[in-house]
Design a protein around this ligand. Structure first.
Ligand code: 9D3
Length: 245
């Protein structure tokens, strides 16, 4: 998978992607990351990337031409079929399903905006899709691009170890995680659930599923409504709820 990010802060994107799972995937050539700075495509002495909005008002708008030329260079460096995604508060909210689908692309060009926004003609003429990372305000598209790169990289074959990959498409999909514990056995009178100290793996799996179901029911009932629970899961959730009283 090839990622290209069009950004006024290329060092920020390269630095953050260099850590952890994404950093390793880049080192191992499972993904490539290239960055393109619209400022390098300006044609004036002052390297101007923004201008005042038509109609007046506060803030500045990113100019069309430097963005367009940067995206074109990213396309030329990559695949004929690149998908161009503008990251913006107006975009489709990203979901695991949307990102999984995007993993079928050979190249994704992520455009990160700064200032109040970008010239709308760029969205219309140059972009295939517009994505948001949620209903809150951040200062620019770079962190959103990094979220997309991180979440998609984890879905690519060979990136995660066997155990993490297996967990990804397991039956607990769409549920919150169960609680985790490590040594010591006691902290301030708070002990580890007894079932986890024994070696009964079937009991442990049942306990973990019950906790995942119970926590989802408590904290994210919206997720539970979208899921079809098995008869076994319905029973575990009923047990969890009964044991609360
Ligand atoms: C406070 C400024 N807003 C006026 C109503 C408009 C605005 C412009 C630019 C709000 C945010 C931004 C910068 N945000 C992004 O580039 C962005 C973003 C976001 O803010 N929230 C969720 N997803 C994304 S993806 C890119």
């Amino acid at each position: 998978m090839r990622f290209d990010v069009v950004t006024l802060f290329p060092e920020m994107v390269v630095a953050a992607a260099g850590y952890g799972v994404t950093g390793r995937a880049i080192e191992r050539n499972i993904v490539s990351l290239s960055v393109w700075n619209p400022r390098d495509y300006t044609l004036d002495r002052h390297r101007t990337v923004d201008d005042r909005p038509y109609g007046g008002g506060p803030g500045m708008v990113m100019k069309y031409q430097p963005l367009h030329d940067a995206v074109n260079d990213a396309k030329r460096a990559g695949e004929k079929t690149a998908k161009v995604v503008y990251l913006s508060p107006q975009g489709k909210p990203i979901t695991q399903a949307l990102l999984a689908e995007a993993c079928d692309e050979a190249q994704i060009i992520l455009v990160a905006g700064r200032y109040e926004g970008i010239d709308e003609r760029f969205v219309e003429l140059d972009c295939d899709d517009e994505w948001s990372i949620g209903d809150y305000v951040i200062s620019g598209g770079e962190l959103a691009a990094l979220v997309v790169i991180d979440a998609m990289t984890r879905l690519l074959p060979g990136v995660l170890g066997d155990e993490d990959s297996a967990q990804q498409d397991s039956h607990s999909d769409g549920l919150l995680d169960c609680p985790h514990f490590t040594r010591p056995e006691q902290i301030e009178g708070c002990s580890v659930p007894t079932v986890l100290l024994g070696g009964n793996h079937a009991d442990i799996e049942r306990w973990r599923m019950k906790q995942a179901l119970g926590r989802t029911w408590q904290k994210r009932p919206d997720l539970l409504k979208k899921k079809n629970l098995s008869a076994e899961q319905e029973n575990l959730l009923r047990e969890f709820i009964v044991e609360l009283v």
